[in-house]
Design a protein around this ligand. Structure first.
Ligand code: ZN
Length: 278
């Protein structure tokens, strides 16, 4: 799934390639189009989007927000969830997966495709961000939150630290993959309870979160280039590397599958979590 580092680079590419350009035409494809494309304006999704000019493109958490000109308050809001992704392509180019919504641009002819193999994500056209489901519930973006706010907010979220870190209401932008990477960097066992962490551990976690995300953004930028549909993850230290060597201590990376989600960590570098983790 796309998380903060990937979406940050996708945002940069889309802004550079599409900013200032006019949406010539919108296509909703097959059964998926009407399912993922939600019109909250009451004026029609394709009708309202056609002729609009792409303004600023912003990322908040795992949402992508396209400001649409000349309106001051019309936005295309994309929540790709687990399986959605963008593809920039010339017409006729190979599809990265099932395409549900296409924005067509002219001079040069180009398409922004929304691809989603499970149709889990949504595209909302709206003049009122408060109407976009879960957008207003999001906590501060993981790259925007200060250490003091991070420490203060963390106390309000109970449970295992990995689950808390991946909760959008706590901080936005981190999912299952980067939560593993951040906890490995912080040397914290993913199943330790938030309430068990001391002040120093929480401060280290904040630093590890920022370092992991910023370093990953640089790596994703190199690996992705302009191919926004790719998901380069071969630079991960532990996530999806179960059974391989921990890059820090050389021990074996553990893998636990629970609730359909895989958790990877190093038992040597990230001790603790006696109840579920051992
Ligand atoms: Zn290790």
């Amino acid at each position: 799934m796309p998380e903060l580092p990937e979406l940050e680079i996708v945002r940069d590419v889309l802004q550079a390639r599409l900013g200032g350009r006019i949406v010539e035409r919108v296509t909703l494809s097959g059964r998926g189009g009407p399912i993922v494309a939600r019109d909250l304006t009451g004026r029609g999704f394709a009708q309202t989007l056609t002729g609009a000019r792409i303004g600023k493109i912003r990322r908040r958490g795992k949402f992508m927000v396209f400001d649409l000109l000349p309106s001051a308050d019309l936005h295309l809001v994309v929540n790709p969830k687990l399986t959605g992704q963008f593809q920039l392509a010339v017409p006729g180019a190979k599809k990265a997966g099932p395409v549900h919504v296409t924005l067509h641009f002219a001079d040069p002819e180009e398409e922004l495709r929304y691809v989603d193999r499970k149709r889990m994500g949504q595209l909302y056209l709206t003049t009122d961000m408060a109407k976009v489901p879960t957008y207003s519930d999001m906590g501060p973006d993981a790259l925007a939150i200060s250490q003091a706010e991070f420490v203060a907010r963390l106390r309000r979220f109970r449970g295992e630290i990995k689950g808390v870190l991946a909760r959008e209401q706590f901080v936005a932008g981190i999912g299952n993959a980067y939560a593993d990477e951040i906890l490995w960097k912080a040397k914290l066992h993913p199943y330790r309870k938030q309430t068990e962490l001391n002040v120093l551990e929480v401060e280290n976690l904040y630093v590890a979160m920022r370092e992991t995300l910023l370093e990953s953004i640089d790596k994703v930028r190199v690996a992705l280039g302009e191919d926004v549909h790719l998901k380069p993850r071969d630079f991960f230290s532990v996530h999806m590397r179960g059974g391989k060597k921990c890059p820090r201590c050389g021990g074996k990376v553990s893998e636990i599958s629970a609730g359909g989600k895989i958790t990877n960590f190093c038992r040597t570098c990230q001790p603790g979590g006696l109840i579920r983790g051992m």
